[in-house]
Design a protein around this ligand. Structure first.
Ligand code: RP5
Length: 298
């Protein structure tokens, strides 16, 4: 099972392992243990593997988006009450308890070992579902003509990118799907809050923005569904997403939006799509798929 899923994802996760020997995100003390490439897969025998078991205090304090500290009573690989604990990657395995009886029954990261047990800073045991809206337009000059890259001779596509408050890096303005929430609602909310700052706009402007976003988000194309190589992933908790592309071909709808960073974003702008971008988690993989769909410069 684990081996098949690793193949489907396309590559081993690297971002969560990269933090070794640095400190775990937003925490001063917690470290991961190093996991070499050939021991990422759960199929690779590693009897001595015994990373720290760590869940951050704010997750353990019981916010409504987080699971309880113990997995007791939770139903994995199914819809559990109003929480979808299914993975886009297929059925995930549960820890047999062979290495550590205390961890028996915990969901196992479908891509493999990360060097940290527990949930780290994530709320859910198993998959934590997110949604990523990729809003695009053609790059144009002042006269409105589409711009071509001089080297590839292909048109340049732009997407709305934000700077994440937590990592200070450029990213797609995605966010977590609330329990029982339709993904279309998540896509619109995250874009509106992070790229249009609707949380701080006066009500009449919120209404205007909401109408514009609703119009544009009526027609999207799914570009990715699955595991995200997110630095927060642990052995027992990981992020999965569904990424949709919303393209404004004429440049008259979203192309004319006034972007304004809000909520978890501290910056927002239209960014030219190219393979040289450095983006959060595996967001560049999603952007590549969008570039392939539109046949633009890469
Ligand atoms: C990434 O983290 C997802 O692709 C999504 O963009 C984001 C969701 O986490 P938060 O932005 O809510 O922290 O893995």
């Amino acid at each position: 099972m684990a081996r098949a899923i690793t193949k489907l994802f396309g590559h081993m996760h690297t971002n969560c392992r990269k933090s070794f020997p640095h400190l775990y995100i937003r925490d001063d003390d917690q470290k991961r243990c190093a996991v070499p490439d050939d021991l990422v897969s759960w199929d690779a025998e590693w009897k001595e593997y015994d990373p720290d078991d760590y869940t951050m205090p704010h997750v353990l304090s019981g916010p409504e988006w987080a699971d309880p500290p113990s997995i007791e009573g939770l139903k994995f690989n199914t819809i559990d009450g109003n929480i979808d604990r299914r993975s886009h990657m297929g059925e995930y395995s549960l820890d047999s308890g062979e290495n550590d009886e205390f961890c028996k029954g915990r969901p196992l990261n479908p891509v493999g070992r990360t060097g940290l047990k527990g949930r780290g800073t994530l709320g859910k045991w198993g998959p934590n579902h997110a949604a990523d809206p990729i809003v695009t337009r053609w790059k144009r000059d002042d006269a409105g003509n589409k711009i071509t890259n001089p080297v590839s001779q292909k048109l340049v596509l732009q997407f709305v990118a934000i700077v994440r408050r937590d990592h200070g890096v450029w990213a797609v303005p995605g966010g977590m799907v609330d329990a029982g929430e339709n993904i279309n609602v998540t896509l619109k909310r995250e874009f509106s809050e992070e790229a249009m700052n609707t949380l701080e706009l006066p009500p009449d402007q919120v209404e205007k923005v909401t109408t514009q976003v609703n119009d544009l988000f009526q027609h999207g194309t799914e570009v990715y569904r699955g595991y995200v190589d997110d630095p927060r992933n642990t052995d027992n908790s990981w992020i999965e997403t569904v990424a949709h592309n919303f393209h404004d071909d004429s440049g008259n709808s979203v192309g004319a939006f006034t972007l304004n960073a809000g909520d978890d974003a501290i910056g927002v702008k239209w960014v030219d799509i190219s393979q040289d971008l450095q983006l959060f988690a595996s967001h560049l993989d999603f952007i590549k798929k969008v570039a392939d769909i539109h046949g633009c410069h890469w």
